[in-house]
Design a protein around this ligand. Structure first.
Ligand SMILES: [Mn+2]
Length: 166
C-alpha cells in the first residue's frame, strides 16, 4: 500500500507501546526480482477487538488467496476478499486495493483492484494484502506474495499468520 496511508513509526516519531498493533511491511530482492510481505504483530497484550479484527483480515486474505487461479479477473479476486469485509461491516476501513503485481519492481501491473478486468495468467506473481485500518485505533494488514498457477496459487512468503505477540 502507499506510504501516505500509513506513515512509518519514524515519520510519527512514535514510541511503541504495550497493547499496540504493529504492521511490518517487508521486502526483499533476489537476482533482481522483488518480494513483498506484511505481517501484523502485537506488543505485550492482545485485546478481544484486536483479535477479532485480526481474524477478519486473516479470513479475507484466505478468501483472496483461494480466489487466485489462471483465468480469473483481477476484480474477482479483489471482490472475494472485499465482499467478506463489507459483510463484516468493515468495507469502509479497507481503503486500498487487494494487491498488485510483483516483478523487477515491488509494485507492478496488474493491480488487483475492483475495476481491473485483466485476466490472471500462469506465472504471474502478485500480492494479496487486505487490511482494516481504524482511525485513532490501529490497523491490521496481512500480505503474501504468490505465484499464479493453473488451478490456484503458490505462496512464496510462507511466514506464520498466527497473531504473534512480542
Ligand atoms: Mn504490497
Amino acid at each position: 500500500m502507499k506510504g501516505a496511508l500509513c506513515p512509518t513509526v519514524q515519520q510519527l516519531r512514535k514510541k511503541l507501546r504495550r497493547g499496540e498493533l504493529i504492521t511490518l511491511d517487508l521486502g526483499a530482492t533476489y537476482q533482481g526480482y522483488a518480494a513483498d510481505l506484511t505481517r501484523t504483530i502485537c506488543i505485550g497484550t492482545v485485546s478481544a477487538r484486536q483479535q477479532e479484527i485480526y481474524e477478519l483480515v486473516q479470513e479475507a486474505q484466505e478468501r483472496g488467496l483461494r480466489a487466485v487461479w489462471a483465468g480469473v479477473r483481477a476484480a474477482e479476486v479483489d471482490a472475494a476478499a472485499r465482499e467478506f469485509l463489507i459483510d463484516a461491516g468493515y468495507g469502509d476501513y479497507f481503503v486500498h486495493s487487494l494487491g498488485h503485481g510483483v516483478g523487477l519492481a515491488v509494485h507492478e501491473a496488474p493491480r488487483i483492484a475492483q475495476e481491473v478486468d485483466i485476466v490472471l495468467e500462469p506465472g504471474m506473481v502478485i500480492t494479496i494484502e487486505p487490511g482494516i485500518y481504524i482511525p485513532q485505533w490501529g490497523g491490521v494488514r496481512i500480505e503474501d506474495t504468490v505465484l499464479v498457477k493453473e488451478n490456484g496459487c503458490e505462496i512464496l512468503t510462507p511466514v506464520t499468520k498466527d497473531l504473534v505477540v512480542v
